[in-house]
Design a protein around this ligand. Structure first.
Ligand code: ZN
Length: 248
C-alpha cells in the first residue's frame, strides 16, 4: 500500500514520489508510492493540488483524490495524457485550501465538544467546505439564544489554545473510552483493527480520519451563520471560520 502521510502529519504539504499505478480512464487516475493527499471522508472533502515531473517540468492538476482498494488515488483532468509508471514526481497540495479545511474540521470538533459537554446532544451528521461547515444534532430544545451561547463557548475554547492530538488505538482500547463514538450511528466499518482518534485536549475526543490543526488557536474563531430545524428533534448549525481579531 502507498505511504499515506496525511494521517500522521497533517502539515506535510509536499513530497517526492514515484508513479506505481495508472488507470487510463477519461479522467486518468494515478497511484504514487507515497502521497500527502487526503482522500476525503468524515465530511472533509478530498484535497486538490499538482504533480510536477522534474525531468521535463511538466505539471498535472489533481482535481480530486479518493481511496480505492486501500490506496489513495489521484484524479487528473479529463482527457490529459498522464505521467508514466516509474516517473518521479513532486506532489504538492493546494495548501491554502487544505489548511482552511483543517481549521474548519477542528472548529467543527470544538462545536461538537461544546454541544456534547453543555447539552448532551449527539451528532447525526456533518459536512464542510474550506472555511464553512455544518453539523446536525439531536437537539430538540435548540433556540436562537442557545445558539448565541454555543458560539461564545466555542470561541472561548478555541482561544484557550488547546492542543489537538492524533492517536491510533487498538479497536478494543478505543471502544473502552466512554463517549468516544459520539455520532448517533456508529459509522466505523466492522472488522477495522485500529481506530484513529482526534483529541482537543480538555474538550473533545472523537474517532476521526480527517486532518486537523495542531492547536485550537490556529482555527481563529467561529461565527454561527445559521441554524435550522430538520425535524422536531434534528437541528442543524452552520458555521463560518474566521481569523481571530488581533488583540482580542
Ligand atoms: Zn471529524
Amino acid at each position: 500500500m502507498n505511504l499515506q502521510l496525511c494521517y500522521a502529519d497533517a502539515y506535510a504539504r509536499d513530497v517526492e514520489a514515484r508513479v506505481v499505478g495508472l488507470d487510463r480512464a477519461e479522467a486518468p487516475l494515478v497511484i504514487l508510492d507515497r502521497t500527502v493527499f487526503y482522500p476525503g471522508g468524515g465530511g472533509q472533502p478530498p484535497d486538490r493540488g499538482t504533480l510536477l515531473r522534474a525531468a521535463d517540468g511538466r505539471t498535472w492538476t489533481v482535481t480530486s483524490a479518493r481511496k480505492s482498494g486501500g490506496e489513495i488515488v489521484h484524479e487528473l483532468e479529463a482527457g490529459v495524457e498522464p505521467p508514466q509508471i516509474g516517473d518521479r514526481l513532486r506532489v504538492d497540495l493546494d495548501w491554502a485550501r487544505r489548511h482552511a479545511l483543517m481549521r474548519t474540521h477542528t472548529a467543527l470538533h470544538a462545536l461538537c465538544g461544546v454541544v456534547w459537554r453543555d447539552y448532551g446532544a449527539l451528532v447525526t451528521g456533518g459536512n464542510m467546505e474550506p472555511g464553512a461547515g455544518r453539523m446536525d444534532f439531536e437537539f430538540e430544545r435548540m433556540s436562537g439564544d442557545l445558539v448565541d451561547a454555543i458560539e461564545a463557548h466555542v470561541n472561548d475554547e478555541l482561544s484557550a489554545a488547546r492542543d489537538v492530538r492524533v492517536a491510533v488505538l487498538p479497536r478494543d482500547e478505543a471502544f473502552a473510552i466512554p463517549d468516544l463514538i459520539r455520532t448517533k450511528v456508529n459509522l466505523l466499518p466492522e472488522g477495522i483493527a485500529e481506530i484513529r482518534t482526534i483529541e482537543i485536549v480538555g474538550l473533545d475526543l472523537q474517532a476521526d480520519g480527517g486532518t486537523h490543526v495542531a492547536n485550537t488557536s490556529e482555527v481563529g474563531r467561529i461565527r454561527v451563520t445559521g441554524y435550522e430545524s430538520k425535524g422536531r428533534i434534528n437541528k442543524r448549525i452552520r458555521i463560518a471560520v474566521e481569523d481571530a481579531a488581533v488583540g482580542s
